[in-house]
Write a protein that binds this ligand. Structure first.
Ligand code: SF4
Ligand code: SF4
Length: 405
């Protein structure tokens, strides 16, 4: 089935673009290709042409829309306040509903994310497949270990904070959840973890245009963490999606839930600014790590919490800033699977800037707060750690071998 319309894109939103082009230098696909159709202005022109009936939604125009990474760097760059994020989300939803983007294999793969046991099984299997060179390079996976780390356990009693465990993050970067839990314990907070209903927040589904599944997963996630306690999220993409549940579901309940969501670095920064708590989080090690900060797009352009990353690292690490004004790394949900060449071109630019900042020093790690970005950059050979893990290691003793890092 095909459709010639983009019914979920509001004509009023389209009309806010004045075509000034100030967003173009911030767009990674425009920077990589120099093509107007692969820029925010070009994509909005396609949406407008389709809405006005001047343009057919043919294979080429669908590709131009589908190759948007949805990094949303164009939003803060736009002086007219064009709500590009919800426009491209609407376009992707319409295109996915008619089967023109997000192929069946991707939808089946994403629908498995809510089945957490299956995901946990997938890690050792993928590790074996990697050793046998059966995993395509375009999956952008770093070298995986065989073992699943021990799961996080909730502290008994009413939680002071929840820690979202989620899907990909809990399978491949569980050590970061553990760092959040250890830091919560350090400052005297009991943490809860969601049950099986909190096994996927739906961020990747929204990205792929799977609107109905995103709504179902958002409702499940909300049920999994009842009450009023803040919800700490250590994956930038998940936190951004959960902060937008209010818009996705358009209910007061969803808006109240979204207001409880706090990114892990945002939460830590708030604690470090409290005189009664800051001493508990003071560094206890003499060594000072040197880190290059890579801002995930959903941290910088959507949640706008990149200042918190600097706040939590500044007193305990030598921080090196990149010079590319937060340009995307190309990971973008399942983007690197769907558009591997363009994703790698975008990543190559990012890696070059990072390597220039590291200036050949192998001890300098990259601090990145999103599992997609960190895995995609790690698969290019960079050492990447979550900022919360870096902070944790400046305060608490090293973990014993075999416990998640
Ligand atoms: S999206 Fe904003 S910055 Fe880009 S062309 Fe339109 S009005 Fe200008
Ligand atoms: S969301 Fe990112 S990739 Fe898409 S048009 Fe905006 S800047 Fe370009």
């Amino acid at each position: 089935m095909t459709s010639s319309r983009l019914a979920s894109v509001s004509p009023d939103d389209i009309a806010t673009c004045v075509g000034c082009g100030l967003c173009l230098p911030h767009c990674p696909t425009f920077r990589a290709t120099g093509e107007e159709a692969l820029s925010p202005r070009g994509r909005i022109a396609i949406m407008k042409g389709v809405a006005d009936g001047h343009l057919r939604l043919d294979a080429e125009s669908v590709t131009f829309l589908d190759t948007c990474i949805q990094c949303r760097a164009c939003e803060p760059a736009c002086p007219s306040g064009v709500p590009y994020g919800r426009m491209i989300e609407g376009a992707k939803t319409d295109l996915a509903r008619t089967g023109r983007v997000s192929p069946r294999w991707l939808r089946v793969g994403l629908s498995l994310l809510r089945h957490h046991r299956l995901l946990l099984w997938s890690r050792p299997l993928l590790a074996v497949a990697q050793r046998l060179r059966l995993v395509p390079r375009r999956m952008g996976l770093p070298r995986l270990s065989w073992r699943n780390d021990a799961p996080l356990r909730a502290v008994t009693g009413e939680p002071d904070v929840w820690i979202l465990t989620g899907c990909v993050m809990d399978v491949w970067q569980r050590g970061t959840h553990r760092s959040v839990a250890e830091l919560a314990e350090r400052v005297g907070l009991r943490h809860g973890i969601p049950g099986p209903e909190g096994s996927c927040c739906g961020a990747l589904h929204t990205h792929a245009g799977m609107h109905d599944e995103s709504v179902r997963l958002a409702e499940r996630t909300m049920r999994s963490m009842p009450g009023h306690a803040p919800i700490i999220v250590d994956s930038a993409g998940c936190g951004a999606a959960m902060k937008e549940y209010g818009r996705l579901l358009d209910t007061d309940e969803a808006r109240m839930f979204s207001a409880r969501v706090v990114d892990a670095v945002e939460w830590l920064a708030t604690l470090m600014d409290r005189d009664d708590i800051a001493p508990l989080l003071a560094p206890t090690r003499s060594e000072t790590p040197t880190v290059v900060i890579q801002d995930p797009c959903h941290h910088r352009h959507v949640q706008k919490v990149h200042g918190a990353t600097r706040r939590v690292l500044r007193d305990r690490a030598d921080v090196i800033e990149l010079t590319d004004d937060g340009l995307c790394c190309g990971a973008g949900g399942a983007y690197s699977l769907l558009h591997p060449r363009l994703a790698e071109e975008v990543r190559d630019r990012k890696v070059a800037v990072i390597e220039s900042a590291r200036a050949g020093r192998s001890d300098i790690v990259v601090a990145s707060a999103n599992p997609g970005c960190s895995m995609f950059l790690a698969s290019a050979g960079l050492p990447v750690r979550h900022p919360v893990d870096i902070v944790r290691d400046t305060i608490l003793p090293a973990r014993t071998k075999g416990v998640a890092r």
